[in-house]
Design a protein around this ligand. Structure first.
Ligand code: A3P
Length: 881
């Protein structure tokens, strides 16, 4: 008998030798593989990032003699002459859609420089002056050829203008059909060669126009495009700005007399030849350095009128502290790297500090190593600025009430206090911009109450794109600053996985999008995330590199100040932005995604009756409300039933407040919401605001003879016991002079201004197309309301057609048309509509007829332009002359 053990022993002993060898090799291979996998894993998560901090030294170019004319003349600058010009540029473009023209306009816009574009045409030429003043302090030609081949007559006008007002010209040499060699540039002592391939661009440190741009470095590598033009001067008026080398060998055979390493790509004309200063660009704005040189040329040639400040503010927010996914969070070594990068950046950007936004709920939710990283951040909390994010990263717009939002904020604040995080920064950010814009009122209230927040930032106001249009605003005393994009998101954590590849990031840093943001925007708030500082620490690489690049190529002075100070700074620079302009959240997908699902854009009006006052607006409002598919606003107890949203302080209450005045339609395609506020007509803020929120709304206005309107308004003021109106006759009011007491002058203005119809209508037409504007005749509304209502329904395209004929009847005792009620009786407007008062005195009527004549003439022109019939009262006024 053999034991079980004995048999197995035997069995083992019976295993042939080669099998044992194979097993050992297999085990060895397996262990090696495990070590390799482990090493790979560790290298992916723990290795140092695959980049070095950028070098700290920028080259500074030494002054060297101009190779063409070593004795350099002084440029001509006559600031006094230029003082009579407006700070605006006139840009001659090839067409409304030409690429470079659009880029020039976008660059001017990004720097908030005013401009007007004009399509170059053979014949017509825009007027350049206005009552002895120059309308432009700079002229730009998208295409040099168009400038050189201008009609002689127009060229003379332009030259004379430039000489008289000391205005300079920028032009760009476009792509040339033929290869031009030694081609004379117009009748200037300057020659050009075209269609070249160039490389290695440098700047002339002695060129007087360099201001923002700093000479010293050389841009190595091929310049974009194969159609470069270079300039060769034959007069001391020319000063090279930028130069490059040729990278096309064939070129040297035909131009041996040219120094191949000094080919001038941008040339400044100091104005010593014909008194006009110019800058010629040998290519478009595709080359990043040209954007800087273009801005410097604009500053220089406009004698500082189109000038830029060198001061730039930068704030780097690190969002999602504690939030990142396991495996992507910061470790202790990353925290150390963050602190040392901060100190390096501090030597380049005075005051630099990273600004950390935290969600306490996710504290210690990484792996063991990452949790130690969380603790390292907290142990070094004093090194940074901190701001609260939402406790559990929940989007604020999903909270319907303020109390639950406050509760979440209190949890995060408690966490901060327990872990030594400062709580007095006054700055906060919401996840995905939620609640900031479109504004969610409970968020602002809760921020203010729990955290004492004074400043926040978003990319969403008014819209994410284009970035150059982003602006700030102030709502409920909280400053909302525009935020810029730096190309780093939660998922961009490894350099080799960067969208578009590493070269894309390098391009953005070295002259591309991110670098240009520093140039164009004076206040830059960038959002980055926890994960961008772990892993490959891409954020550190990006910011150190771009700031270094900014310092090497520009004279910009970068600074960082705490967010509250930044908020003050921003509105010192741009006070005109303080008041928000609300947009329709449903017109922007991103806005809709962060808007409460309990709100609906269906509660916004489809048309507005805008006034002016005393033309019959209440009658129109009442008649419209009779239509089964037209729903009016709920009356406001404060402002004579009108909402008066767009014209006054109500506007700052926001659109949630506005929407409360409207019912939710049961069928939003059939039913039309509207409101009537007669004060909208003549308030210059209203058309812009109304258009921003209701771009597709229809606008209805009613006009009567402006003299009669003024008289009715005066009677209205007397009925409301206005002391001035009670103590002065109508004649005294309308004829009050500049010497009259202020209160009387004010009453006069309020009485007469709305009647300048054409002025106000033009304002509306600047924002709304004529097809959305209906101008009704108030006399017809009074005497024949059925026709007026027929016309109005047709214009609104509201269905079904409502038969007003059987619903309106003239009421002899009221003296006006009134609504017919189901019981057959009439319901008229109240006593304040259709008042009884003596007729206007003849001399006042005559005075007003003269007063309004020029405005009535303008109105007749406007109505003719819109192909509208003139009302009888207007014909009579014009006929009487
Ligand atoms: P008066 O009271 O001076 O006659 P509004 O509603 O814009 O304030 O305009 C008031 C004016 O509407 C009145 O001015 C009146 O002349 C005019 N109106 C036109 N149709 C009317 C109607 N059916 N009932 C009452 N007033 C009407």
């Amino acid at each position: 008998m053999t034991t079980r053990g004995g048999s197995s022993m035997k069995w083992a002993l019976r295993i042939p030798q080669p099998y044992i060898k194979r097993a050992i090799i297999l085990a060895l291979g397996f262990s090696l593989l495990s070590i390799w996998i482990l090493a790979y894993y560790v290298s992916q998560t723990k290795q140092n990032p695959r980049w070095e901090p950028p070098q700290a030294n920028c080259k500074l170019a030494e002054s060297k003699a101009n190779p063409f004319f070593p004795v350099r003349p002084q440029p001509m600058r006559d600031v006094a002459k230029n003082s009579r010009t407006q700070p605006a540029a006139l840009v001659f473009v090839e067409s409304a859609y030409s690429k470079l023209g659009q880029e020039i306009a976008a660059l001017l816009e990004a720097n908030r420089l005013k401009y007007k574009t004009e399509i170059v045409s053979g014949k017509s030429f825009p007027s350049l002056t206005e009552v002895g003043h120059g309308k432009y302090s700079l002229v730009i030609f998208e295409n040099l050829n168009k400038y050189l081949h201008m009609d002689k007559w127009n060229r003379d006008i332009l030259d004379r203008y430039c000489l008289e007002f000391n205005v300079g010209i920028i032009s760009f040499a476009g792509k040339s059909e033929d290869n031009l060699l030694n081609k004379r540039v117009g009748d200037f002592p300057l020659y050009m060669h075209s269609n070249l391939r160039l490389k290695d661009c440098s700047l002339n440190p002695d060129c007087p126009l360099l201001y923002l741009t700093r000479a010293g470095e050389t841009w190595r590598g091929n310049l974009p495009g194969e159609d470069w033009t270079i300039f060769q001067p034959n007069h001391t008026t020319y000063e090279p700005v930028a130069y490059a080398k040729t990278s096309s060998l064939e070129y040297v055979h035909v131009n041996e007399n040219l120094d191949r390493s000094y080919l001038v790509t941008v040339m400044q004309d100091l104005g010593l030849y014909d008194g006009i200063q110019r800058v010629f660009f040998g290519n478009d704005l595709n080359f990043w350095l040209h954007r800087l040189l273009f801005l410097d040329s604009a500053t220089y040639l406009s004698q500082g009128k189109l000038s830029l400040s060198l001061e730039r503010y930068i704030l780097v927010d690190i969002d999602d502290i504690f939030v990142g996914k396991v495996g992507t969070r910061m470790q202790t070594s990353d925290v150390k790297a963050l602190i040392s990068a901060q100190s390096r950046l501090g030597s380049l950007v005075p005051g630099f500090r990273f600004n950390l936004g935290f969600s306490g709920y996710f504290y210690h939710s990484g792996d063991d190593v990452e949790d130690i990283g969380d603790d390292a951040l907290l142990a070094n909390a004093h090194e940074f600025w901190w701001f609260p994010h939402m406790w559990a990263h929940t989007q604020p717009h999903t909270f319907t009430n303020e109390t639950s939002l406050r509760e979440q904020m209190i949890l995060n604040k408690r966490f901060a206090k327990e872990h030594g995080i400062p709580t007095d920064g006054g700055y906060a950010v919401a996840p995905h911009h939620s609640g900031v814009y479109p504004v969610h009122v409970p968020l602002y209230e809760a921020w203010r109450k729990v955290w004492g927040i004074k400043v926040t930032s978003t990319e969403e106001y008014p819209h994410l794109r284009p970035p150059r249009h982003r602006r700030g605003f102030i709502y409920k005393n909280i400053v909302v600053l525009p935020r810029q994009t730096c190309g780093l998101f939660t998922h961009t954590i490894f350099i080799d996985k960067y969208p578009g590849g590493r070269s894309r990031l390098e391009e953005s840093i070295h002259g591309g999008e991110l670098f240009q943001t520093f140039i164009n925007s004076r206040v830059n708030i960038f959002m980055t995330h926890l994960s961008n500082y772990g892993n490959d620490r891409l954020a550190l690489y990006t910011f150190e590199s771009v700031i270094k690049f900014v310092q090497c190529w520009t004279n910009l002075q970068l600074k960082t100040v705490p967010p509250m100070e930044l908020g003050r700074k921003y509105f010192d620079l741009y006070p005109e932005e303080a008041n928000p302009v609300w947009q329709n959240p449903c017109d922007d997908k991103r806005h809709l995604a962060i808007w409460s699902k309990y709100k609906t854009c269906d509660r916004l009006p489809r048309f507005l009756v805008i006034g002016p006052q005393k033309t019959g607006t209440t009658a129109l409002y009442a008649f419209l409300s009779m239509h089964p598919n037209i729903l009016s606003n709920f009356p406001s107890s404060k402002t004579f039933e009108e909402v008066q949203f767009f014209n006054g302080a109500n506007y700052y209450r926001g659109i949630d407040w506005y929407m409360e005045f409207f019912p939710t339609p049961s069928n939003s395609s059939l039913q039309y919401l509207f409101e009537k506020s007669a004060t909208y007509f003549d308030n210059e803020l209203v058309p812009k605001r109304a258009h921003a929120l209701l771009p597709r709304a229809k606008i209805v206005t009613i006009l009567i003879n402006p003299a009669r309107r003024a008289y009715s308004w005066y009677q209205h003021m007397r009925a409301h016991e206005d002391v001035i109106a009670l103590n002065h006759s109508f004649y005294q009011v309308v004829t009050a002079t500049d010497e009259a007491p202020r209160s009387l002058r004010e009453l006069k203005n309020r009485c007469l201004n709305p009647g300048k119809y054409a002025v106000h209508l033009e304002m509306w037409l600047n924002h709304y197309p004529a097809s959305q504007l209906l101008i009704l005749d108030g006399d017809q509304l009074r005497t024949d309301p059925v026709s007026t209502m027929w016309k109005t329904q047709k214009f609104l395209k509201v269905k079904p057609h409502f038969d007003y004929d059987s619903h309106l009847r003239y009421d002899p005792s009221k003296g006006f048309y009134c609504q017919v009620m189901p019981n057959g009786k009439t319901k008229c407007l109240g006593r304040s509509k259709g008042r009884h008062y003596p007729p206007m005195e003849a001399d006042t009527e005559k005075f007003l007829s003269n007063y309004y004549l020029p405005y009535n003439v303008e109105l007749s022109k406007l109505l003719t332009r819109l192909a509208q019939q003139l009302p009888d009262w207007l014909r009579e006024e014009l006929r009487g002359r």
